[in-house]
Design a protein around this ligand. Structure first.
Ligand code: PHE
Length: 346
């Protein structure tokens, strides 16, 4: 004990210790407990100064003690504050494995894909098999083989895209209907045929009920002794399964080059069931074309029309879907607008 320090001298040491302590608190990543030991432990500057009070001249000792204690209290408070901040920060990292998760947004198949799958399933139940035929094809398959030679006026109905290519098998087109699959299926040489050909079709058209690229499902049944009764039976089976037990079909005489006789197939409206209402006007909605396969087409497919016959139909997937009541889909272009807000609803 040499009792030679004055209060200002001692306070000078205290201020130095305070600055060191603040620097440590501001920069260190050490844990709260480690910091507490560093700041106030036995070997700390503050405990050294506490002992050093003995060296202060007795008249200044009280003042030196007060200042030292005040500074220690200040630093202690800072340490505690930073400890609660740290605790909060580490709370943030706390991960509760038992909390329910946030479900990731999941999409769904496009409505047209859903419709294709449903249509396929219905026809599969009565022995039809889904097949695929080219969507870019030689003119022969969608036209000539179907009794529509070049320049035949009936071709106009199909508003075809010609892609400007041809080879020795003829001009190449984007198929405007799935009927190109008829002769292609016959060429496989296996009988009887029960095919359902679903593919994209292309026509130069665009309005509320037409888009340039759409889908058709083409059914064809070829066997011995097929009748129009088989045709109506299959159509009614489809319509009742796809639209509901109250729905039924109606055939109207029509003309196609590749069927004889030919029909337009209607189904009764889902709202008024055929009585006539604001939606359907006269009770019936048009599904698409059909008929008994023309003998010339069978011959083009290598099948003897004196032994075999059958029926075919080709309907639009989008159109068939839009005729389901309750879809509230009145503009076919919405299906391909890629507006997720719209598509999400289905
Ligand atoms: N291909 C015809 C169309 O696109 C529909 C049809 C298919 C008609 C099969 C008769 C037989 O309109």
């Amino acid at each position: 004990m040499d009792e030679s320090l004055t209060a200002p001298q001692f306070i000078g040491y205290v201020i130095e210790a305070e600055q060191q302590a603040k620097a440590l608190l501001g920069s260190s990543n050490a844990s709260i407990d480690e910091l507490r030991i560093k700041l106030f432990g036995n070997k700390s500057e503050f405990s050294r100064l506490t002992k050093k009070i003995r060296d202060v001249i007795p008249s200044d000792r009280q003042q030196a003690g007060i200042v030292l204690n005040e500074v220690k209290r200040k630093i202690e408070k800072q340490l505690n504050d930073s400890s609660s901040v740290k605790r909060q920060a580490s709370n943030k990292e706390f991960f509760d494995v038992t909390a329910p998760g946030i479900p990731p947004p999941v999409g769904h198949l496009h409505i047209v894909t859903q419709a294709i799958m449903e249509i396929t399933r219905i026809f599969e139940r009565i022995g039809f098999t889904r097949v695929r035929h080219p969507e870019v094809d030689w003119d022969w398959y969608p036209f000539e083989s179907l009794n529509m030679p070049p320049n035949h006026p009936a071709r106009d109905e199909w508003e075809t895209f010609f892609i400007g290519l041809s080879d020795k098998q003829g001009q190449i087109v984007l198929t405007p209907h799935t009927s190109n699959g008829q002769v292609r299926e016959m060429e496989k040489g296996k009988l009887p045929i029960r095919m359902i050909n679903i593919a994209k079709c292309y026509r130069r058209q665009s309005d509320v009920s037409h888009v340039p690229m759409f889908h058709q499902f083409e059914g064809m049944y070829i066997d011995k002794g097929v009748t129009i009764g088989d045709l109506t039976g299959v159509f009614n089976f489809f319509v009742k399964n796809y639209y509901g037990p109250d729905r039924k079909i109606r055939l109207r005489p029509f003309h196609f080059q590749f069927t004889e006789p030919s029909f337009e197939v209607d189904i009764n409206c889902g709202i008024c069931l055929g009585k006539g209402c604001k939606l359907c006007k006269e009770g019936w909605l048009e599904l698409g074309g059909a008929g008994m396969v023309h003998p010339v087409v069978l011959k083009n497919g290598g099948i003897d029309p004196d032994v075999y016959n059958g029926f075919a139909f080709g309907w639009g997937v989008e159109r068939a879907y839009m005729m389901k009541s309750g879809t509230k889909l009145d503009d076919i272009r919405m299906l391909y607008g890629n507006d997720v807000r719209f598509l999400k609803q289905f």
